[in-house]
Design a protein around this ligand. Structure first.
Ligand code: PEP
Ligand code: MG
Length: 315
């Protein structure tokens, strides 16, 4: 994929009919920004901020955080950069924030729930982000992880706006948020679907557990229906709905996601070239038809083959 990216023209992400589908990068450190730009990222769809906290025994200072955010935002002048507030717990445990004795940490005090229980950490992060935003030219969007209720959406967006964050959104990675997306997106400025966790919670299969790994498949029609519900929630409220889980890096699933209503796709930068090439093969009408074929299946394997069949008759 790396080699193809070097020779392919780095046009903005789009369908065959010209419908724009901005292709963004998932980043876990500001250091990855230059490579992402080189590989054609049109911005950042998910900046995971856990790296700032993972090796620490306490939260980093506002100054330390700001330095990293300035480094990131400086790499994307005029471009959209979506930063996720600290997502601690379950697969990303933090000694000073999470309770190691929870029996089911994936269902525990994690993501926004954990931040809310230690609100100083969230307030400091928002302070650092607002300061970095004021010193740079990027279009900063900030989102909360693991939002599971409308009330949490209100809590986070109001708090973020208190700090001068202009665009505040939520991650949809729990079925409750997807099912209530029409309400959630009345309040939030945008949603970004985390398909890794959304799949884990929809199929009730721990994403870290090898014995249930076969359930962790975002092609499952139950997951696709939730993505569609979220896309519909975005459409009725005129709000963008991105995808930032691994699903967006699968070239055919990327087409399905657009057909279900995703307006942007964010992925590991090395996946950008193949997804860009795939989107260019289909019109919006094709994407909707391919998505409908996948939605009508009973399981992940048949959804994938139904989408493949529908894709072959497209174009
Ligand atoms: C996801 O859950 O899909 C996601 C993008 O977040 P993470 O993988 O960091 O939990
Ligand atoms: Mg997640």
């Amino acid at each position: 994929a790396r080699k193809a990216a070097a020779s392919a023209p780095l046009t903005p992400g789009a369908l065959k009919d010209g419908t724009a589908v901005p292709l963004l990068a998932n980043l876990g450190k500001p250091g990855g920004a230059a490579e992402a730009v080189e590989l054609g990222a049109e911005g950042v769809g998910l900046f995971r901020t856990e790296f700032l906290f993972l090796s620490a025994t306490q939260a980093p200072t506002v100054e330390e955080q700001k330095k990293s955010y300035v480094e990131l935002l400086s790499a994307f002048p005029g471009k959209k950069v979506v930063v996720r507030a600290l997502d601690a717990g379950a697969d990303k445990p933090l000694a000073f924030l999470n309770d190691a004795h929870e029996e089911n940490p994936a269902l525990g005090l994690r993501g926004l729930r954990a931040l809310r229980a230690s609100e100083d950490i969230l307030r400091e992060q928002l302070t650092a982000l607002a300061q970095a935003d004021a010193e740079t030219e990027a279009d900063l969007w900030v989102m909360a992880p693991m939002v599971s209720t409308v009330e949490e959406t209100t809590y986070f967006t109001e708090l973020a706006r208190e700090y001068g964050i202009k665009t505040a959104g939520v991650m949809v990675e729990v079925p409750s948020s997807a099912l209530l997306a029409d309400r959630v997106l009345q309040i939030a400025d945008f949603a970004s679907i985390g398909t890794n966790d959304l799949t884990q919670y929809t199929l009730a299969a721990d994403r870290l557990l090898g014995s249930v790994a076969s359930f962790q498949d975002p092609w499952h029609p139950a997951v696709l229906r939730l993505i569609k519900a979220t896309g519909d929630g975005g459409r009725v409220n005129g709000k963008p709905v991105g995808i930032c889980g691994e699903a967006a890096a699968d070239p055919l699933l990327a087409v399905v996601l657009v057909g279900l209503g995703a307006t942007t796709l964010s992925m590991a930068p090395t996946a950008l070239a193949d997804v860009r090439a795939s989107l260019l093969q289909y019109t919006r009408e094709d994407a909707e038809r391919i998505a409908a074929a996948a939605l009508a299946a009973d399981d992940a394997a048949s959804a994938r083959s139904a989408a493949q069949d529908a894709a072959e008759t497209a174009g």
